[in-house]
Design a protein around this ligand. Structure first.
Ligand code: NAP
Length: 262
């Protein structure tokens, strides 16, 4: 793999993905941009080629469509220049669970989880074989918080976090770095798609600051990066509580509270 490997970014036409593309181009990495809107990606690519001189390819793909997703998977499997995958494409949905249509939540899951999973699966064996490479999965703090009333979206983001943590344990020893990035509210178009007016919300991070902070975590090889969280000890305590509980789940008998009638 090259010293400065190519970076494949999904959801690169706007928002967090476009900002990652900008930052990696400025670091001298060639790019492969993936999203549905070719015009926007062409405009970004033209600007970044002029400003940075890197080579940029574009794959127009709807990642909820198996045949289009397969093109991106093949590129990740076969193009040995690609050494970093940024699994960023994702969307959100407004409304409560009973208001959301079955088809809409199925599409949400297809994009936020199935596509993310298939792309990681396409590239991980090659990275492991090479003993290097990086996968960045964009999760969300919503994946930690059923209380936020974004149930299906949050479930997809919990999947992204769990997958990242598991892959980090599996692939880390093989030289492959896996990072989960958990933004909180960040000023992008995703809020329009979810039917919310971001201009009325407080505590919203600008997308440049979010990505620059996430890249500090990337450079430090953090497994989980939560840019807005002020005290990392809260995250560490949360992980420690989970790990302390795990040995207690291996029991021959049900807990005492389930061995008495109501
Ligand atoms: P965004 O501005 O809406 O951008 C989403 C990107 O995904 C766009 O490039 C979009 O491009 C692409 N995309 C959407 N549907 C697609 C599809 N079917 N196939 C291929 N690409 C598709 O959203 P963002 O805020 O940058 O979100 C990026 C990631 O950050 C998402 O995973 C999101 O869940 C996560 N996140 C965002 C926030 C936030 O507050 N903004 C917070 C936590 C996590 P096209 O429309 O051109 O396809």
């Amino acid at each position: 793999m090259a010293a400065n490997p190519s970076v494949l970014v999904t959801g690169a036409s706007t928002g967090i993905g476009a900002t990652y593309a900008d930052r990696f181009a400025r670091r001298g990495h060639d790019l492969v941009l993936v999203a549905r809107d070719r015009t926007r990606m062409e405009a970004l690519a033209t600007r970044l080629r002029q400003e940075t001189g890197v080579a940029i390819d574009i794959i127009q793909a709807d990642l909820t469509q198996a045949a289009e997703l397969a093109v991106v998977e093949a590129r990740l499997r076969d193009d040995a220049r690609i050494g970093i995958l940024i699994n960023n494409a994702g969307t959100a949905l407004g409304g409560s669970f009973i208001e959301q249509s079955t088809d809409d939540i199925t599409r949400l899951v297809a994009l936020n989880t199935t596509a993310l999973l298939r792309l990681a699966s396409a590239v991980a064996p090659r990275f492991a074989q090479a003993g290097e490479g990086a996968i960045i999965n964009i999760g969300s703090v919503v994946g930690l918080a059923p209380e936020f009333a974004m149930t299906v979206y949050g479930a997809t983001k919990a999947f992204a976090l769990f997958l990242s943590q598991g892959l980090s344990l599996e692939l880390g020893p093989k030289g492959v770095y896996v990072q989960a990035v958990l933004p909180a509210a960040t000023r992008t178009e995703i809020w329009q798609h979810a039917g919310a007016d971001v201009s009325t919300m407080s505590g919203v991070m600008e997308v440049d600051e979010l990505v620059d902070a996430a890249l500090v975590g990337f450079d430090r090889r953090e497994a989980v990066t939560i840019p807005p969280l002020p005290d990392v000890e809260q995250w560490n305590a949360y992980q420690a509580a989970r790990q302390a509980m795990l040995p207690n789940t291996r029991q021959k008998h049900a807990a005492a509270r389930y061995r008495t009638a109501v």
